[in-house]
Design a protein around this ligand. Structure first.
Ligand code: ADP
Ligand code: MG
Length: 415
């Protein structure tokens, strides 16, 4: 390539600089805006509860809950960042540790993160959870600080695993001298309280802060502030902004959803070479997001759930709109055979079907067959192209979308 060609390339890249986004980063999930409208009450309350640490007193444990996208993480980080600055200014012996339990994904990793924030490193594996906890307690004791632990998305860790680690944490003050721990637990799941051991719950929720969903008008204000930084002037008509707010409010008042719609709509507009973001771009964005959400859900299924889904996919593909359970299980069995793995029992399969139904990937309903009793009819609730697309990325399963099942043809069943 000659010099001129290279320069042409460079200039071309500058030519195609966005006409839409002034600063795309502002719409990212983890961007912390300077102000958080409509959360003044929660911000003040949280600040009042944690402030005693500035005077050397342990602050109460706090349980924060509300649906996703209601600003729990943003508000907590906002307040704690300010508190950290203030405590440095005053020379208060306060330390902070923020752990996202969903990302940490195990008790071991949560304690390892806590150790890390006290400056001790823990091997990635190899110790028992108890040993990691002991190391944490010993270094905490030695640090002589007020230690504020924020456990975000705590529900992700508690479901199915129990709350033994939380129990240990809520009791740790009893064995500490000179240091004290305060906990801030954040949950996206409002029913979390039902899962918790009453002793853990009462200790964790010395104080409670509830984040209710935003309504359309509130989402509008939130979007407006972000959009004025994210987009060039005149790019975002009022109607478009209102539509994003209305769609997100109709879901469950989720600010993250509203911001996603806005960002993706901007990207759609940009790709089309438009200089404004239209309501059509938002509708398009909605489809993109929904598609990605479904594709991600399918991708994260366990192997057998994927095979059940593929069973429905094939029966569907062969012209049976809603198939009987038996038929799907036959095809599923064939697919297991292809992979050389043992098939699950009918009973397990039925519960997988129910799970897929609850996720909205399948629709199953019980129909009466007259004197032949009742059977379950199952229908695929997502586009077959989506199934193909997701499985195409999976080396082991890709070829199974082309598989020709024998059990379906034999019956030539149509409904
Ligand atoms: P949660 O933790 O409750 O799921 P987040 O705090 O992560 O919700 O908020 C989701 C997104 O919405 C983040 O990008 C956050 O910055 C933004 N957000 C939430 N509430 C507000 C608000 N009141 N003002 C501005 N942005 C907000
Ligand atoms: Mg959060």
């Amino acid at each position: 390539m000659g010099n001129t060609d290279t320069l042409d390339e460079v200039f071309k890249r500058f030519e195609s600089v966005s006409q839409i986004f002034r600063d795309r980063e502002v719409l990212r999930h983890d961007y912390l805006p300077l102000s958080l409208p409509h959360r003044e009450e929660q911000i003040c309350l949280l600040a009042e509860i944690v402030a005693p640490v500035l005077k050397g007193a342990r602050s109460s444990n706090i349980f924060i809950y509300g649906k996703t996208g209601t600003g729990k993480t943003a508000v907590t980080k906002h307040v704690l960042t300010r508190l950290e600055l203030k405590s440095k200014e005053l020379g208060a012996a306060v330390r902070f540790s923020y752990v996202n339990c969903r990302m940490a994904s195990s008790e071991y990793r949560v304690f390892a993160c806590l150790c890390q924030s006290l400056g001790i490193s823990v091997p990635f594996t190899g110790l028992s959870v108890g040993e990691v906890f002991d190391r944490f307690r010993i270094s905490l004791q030695a640090s002589r600080t007020l230690f504020i632990i924020i456990l975000d998305e705590i529900d992700a860790l508690l479901k199915g695993r129990g709350d033994a680690f939380l129990y240990e944490l809520t009791r740790v003050n009893e064995t500490l001298e000179g240091s004290k721990v305060s906990l801030i637990g954040i949950s996206n799941d409002l029913r979390m309280k039902e899962y918790l051991d009453p002793r853990v719950l009462s200790s964790l929720s010395e104080e409670e802060i509830v984040f209710r969903p935003y309504d359309a008008a509130e989402l509008r204000n939130i979007l407006q502030e972000r959009a004025s930084v994210a987009f060039f002037d005149g790019v975002l008509p009022d109607g478009t902004l209102g539509l994003c707010a209305a769609l997100a409010a109709a879901e469950h008042g989720d600010a993250r959803r509203a911001l996603d719609l806005l960002r993706v709509a901007g990207e759609v507009g940009e790709r089309q070479g438009s200089t404004i973001i239209s309501e059509d771009h938002v509708r398009e964005a909605e489809k993109h997001i929904e598609h990605n959400r479904i594709a991600e859900a399918v991708q994260n299924l366990t192997l057998h759930s994927k095979l059940v889904l593929l069973g429905v996919f094939h029966v569907n593909r062969l012209g049976v709109q809603s198939a009987a359970t038996g038929e799907i299980f036959d095809v599923y069995g064939e697919l297991c055979g292809e992979l050389g793995i043992p098939a699950l029992t009918q009973r397990r399969l039925c519960s997988l079907v129910n799970e897929l139904d609850a996720m909205g990937l399948l629709n199953s309903k019980v129909v009466s067959m007259g004197r032949y009793g009742r059977t379950k009819k199952i229908r695929l609730e997502l586009a077959r192209t989506t199934v193909k697309e997701v499985f195409a990325r999976d080396a082991r399963l890709a070829s199974l979308t082309e598989y020709e099942p024998t059990s379906v043809e034999k019956r030539s069943y149509r409904s």
